[in-house]
Design a protein around this ligand. Structure first.
Ligand SMILES: Cc1ncc(COP(=O)(O)O)c(C=O)c1O
Length: 403
């Protein structure tokens, strides 16, 4: 934040100042018994976060990336398997796939929700793969590899459309691991089950990130996997702790991927505020929606589909000439971001996958136009208005210039 910043993109200082006494008490407690790894603070947070998500098990790990990677491993997915996801996500989603030894396959997103398009998933599974009904194995024609899993990403705080994704997964015997790293507390209305379900409870397992800027953020790196599957939770616990369930008895090779006790304690403190913070984000988003109503032809606002209750990790709009908009807002002291400017299939890191421009046109179009506006629970009304006015001024000047 510079001295001329009127609206930061994210204010991480205020909530930590507000909770300082409680957060310091956690550190003091840890210093008093030097219990820095594992122990009651980790177990308490795991129990509390599982309750928040309405799920049986939560296994704390050191990042959202490892929460995903370990979940693939615990589900028995790895070498030679294909995991299907979207190219419009943070690279951690696909890093976890590769680092679990699996291969990445992309399907495009829906243009209004920015999450996995179930029809594109269906097209990929039906047109590019063969299903052997006897062995219940789905094979990608091009590579000859087994398609093992789907990773829908609940991006920007909104869930993917899970009913059709789960239906396809069941039809083709695929595991679903949700990437819920941006969606703590988001909900999905399952028509099939006629009830609202929390993000992170619909697949076999789900990954959450507690990176500081997330809706629930640690004061450092942290993450968790949630699941209703007891055996998977047990394997996750072994994988995060050098493959041991009992000290120095290593059934498998694992990782040093544990959640620190102090981070867990801090997360427990913050978890008590999460519902309130999520509600504040929703209120801010709805205010932005109202303020942009008069500019609806030039500013595409986030669409909250009837089946989702979003928690607005980000408030992402689409405009023409977004770099010029960012410069205009920066001039007015308003910080913005782009999540994400280059689709994953066009990143240098994935040249070897041989995707090309035009393969995922919706993702490419969206990635070229999106801008993330300031969004955090402590955002003030005057700041919201300033941001909206700045955007509206910009789009109005563009219309004026083309007349
Ligand atoms: C969609 C998504 N997946 C995975 C991750 C990885 O989480 P972490 O940074 O905690 O490893 C993130 C974090 O930014 C994310 O946004």
């Amino acid at each position: 934040m510079t001295s001329t910043t009127k609206v930061p993109f994210l204010d991480l200082v205020t909530p930590h100042q507000e909770l300082e006494a409680e957060l310091l008490a956690v550190a003091k407690k840890a210093f008093s018994n030097a219990g820095f790894i594992g122990g009651p603070m980790v177990e308490d947070f795991e129990r509390e976060f599982a309750a928040f998500c309405d799920i049986k098990y939560c296994v704390g790990v050191n990042s959202g990336t490892d929460a995903l990677r370990f979940a693939f491993m615990a589900a028995g997915i790895g070498q030679g398997d294909i995991i299907v996801t979207v190219p419009h996500t943070f690279i951690a989603t696909t890093e976890a796939i590769s680092q679990a030894g699996a291969q990445i396959a992309f399907v495009d997103i829906n243009e209004s929700t920015y999450t996995m398009d179930p029809e594109k998933l269906r097209e990929y599974l039906e047109k590019q793969c063969d299903f052997d009904g006897k062995s219940k194995k789905l094979t990608e024609r091009k590579s000859g590899n087994r398609v093992a899993a789907i990773v829908p990403v609940h991006l920007y705080g909104q869930t993917a459309d899970m009913d059709p994704i789960m239906e396809l997964a069941a039809k083709y015997n695929l595991v679903v691991i949700e990437d819920a790293c941006q969606s703590h507390g988001a909900e999905y209305f399952s028509k099939k089950e006629n009830k609202w379900k929390k993000a992170g409870t619909m697949g076999l397992a789900a990954a959450f990130s507690f990176y500081p800027g997330k809706n629930l953020g640690a004061c450092g790196e942290a993450g968790a996997t949630t699941t209703n599957d007891e055996a998977l939770a047990k394997r996750m616990k072994m994988i995060r702790d050098h493959g041991q369930a009992k000290k120095y008895y290593h059934d498998i090779e694992g990782y040093n991927g544990r959640l620190d006790s102090i981070q867990a304690g801090w997360l427990s403190v913050k978890l008590r505020h999460l519902a309130k913070w999520n509600e504040a984000r929703r209120t801010h988003a709805h205010r932005y929606h109202e303020l942009f109503a008069e500019a609806k032809d030039s500013v595409v606002i986030p669409v909250e589909a009837a089946w989702t209750k979003g928690v607005y990790h980000l408030y992402v709009v689409r405009v023409a000439d977004r770099e010029a908009l960012q410069a205009h807002l920066a001039e007015a002291g308003i910080a913005t971001g782009i999540h994400y400017p280059i689709p994953l299939h066009l990143q240098k890191a994935y040249e070897h996958l041989n995707y090309k421009k035009g393969d995922f046109p919706v993702t490419e179009r969206v990635a070229a136009e999106i801008v993330s506006l300031p969004m955090f629970p402590q955002l003030r009304q005057d700041q919201l208005t300033l941001v909206a006015n700045g955007v509206k001024e910009f789009v109005a000047s563009k219309i004026g210039a083309t007349r």
